[in-house]
Write a protein that binds this ligand. Structure first.
Ligand code: PGA
Length: 260
């Protein structure tokens, strides 16, 4: 894993957006895996800004979202479908038919999940997967204990996740308990992965994911086995990393490194 620590959330978001833009510029029909949540909002804003200024064309890009709440119609303001259109898709030029978001209202979850994984393969696999991390170390909604080779499927959310997400709902009783999520195994097949985290409340999960043992108890730790993962952090999210000096040293010395 390459760990890149920026001073602020804005700088972290810009650095990650440059990474995403580089992938799209090198491969205009790139397939992106996308995440919801507060963390990637700055990244999406930066990509939208690049697009608005004519610096980034997404007209051949295909996307797959990581997850969706079960039971929320797409029109629900807290559905991830709604989130993605409001915060990203309506500001860029990805054709609607290239956008994939798990359905939270299918009447056959098993068949839908199998189709979703198959569809990812059919379009050639995910070139770059964007991830946040939960305070319990989850990626997507792969809660502690999820198989590290899991595929897209229905999951019961952890109590801590329901509580973390309650801030978006009027009443705690309205927070969905189930979700569809890409599996850890599905995520691990992406050619490149960018994981983002900001704020002190993510520091423990990041330290466990990056420097702790690989364990299903922290599903983000599976990324230690991925050959091309970059972790973009702000100072606070990096607060509990033991190897911080080394990560900063690597970034400092990067301009002089032999080109690979
Ligand atoms: P957040 O969620 O970006 O809203 O903190 C991240 C996650 O739960 O994966």
């Amino acid at each position: 894993m390459e760990v890149i620590v920026e001073k602020t959330y804005v700088e972290m978001s810009r650095a990650a957006a440059r990474e995403v833009a580089d992938v799209i510029n090198a491969k205009p029909n790139a397939v992106l895996g996308l995440a919801t949540g507060s963390t990637p909002l700055g990244l999406y804003q930066e990509l939208a800004r690049m697009h608005k200024h004519g610096e980034l064309d997404l007209s051949h890009v295909t996307t797959f979202n990581l997850d969706e709440y079960v039971g929320l119609p797409i029109s629900h303001p807290q559905s991830y479908y709604h989130f993605m259109f409001e915060n990203f898709f309506k500001h860029v030029n990805i054709p609607e038919q290239n956008i994939h978001i798990p359905s939270g209202t299918t009447n056959n979850y098993r068949a839908f999940c199998d189709w979703y994984d198959r569809r990812i393969k059919e379009v050639g696999g995910i070139d770059l997967q964007i991830l946040g991390i939960g305070s319990d170390g989850h990626i997507g909604f792969n809660e502690p204990g999820s198989s590290l080779s899991s595929r897209t499927r229905l999951k019961t959310l952890a109590r801590s996740t329901v509580e973390d997400n309650a801030r978006f709902f009027e009443r705690k009783a309205d927070v969905p308990i189930y979700a569809i999520t890409m599996g850890v195994g599905t995520i691990m097949e992406a050619r490149q992965i960018v994981m983002l985290a900001d704020g002190a409340k993510k520091a423990a999960a990041i330290a466990a994911a990056v420097e702790g043992p690989v364990t299903a108890m922290i599903t983000a730790s599976a990324l230690q086995l991925h050959p091309r993962t970059k972790v973009y952090l702000d100072n606070e999210a990096a607060g509990q990393l033991k190897m911080r000096d080394y990560y900063d040293w690597v970034e400092l010395k990067k301009p002089g490194a032999p080109k690979v």
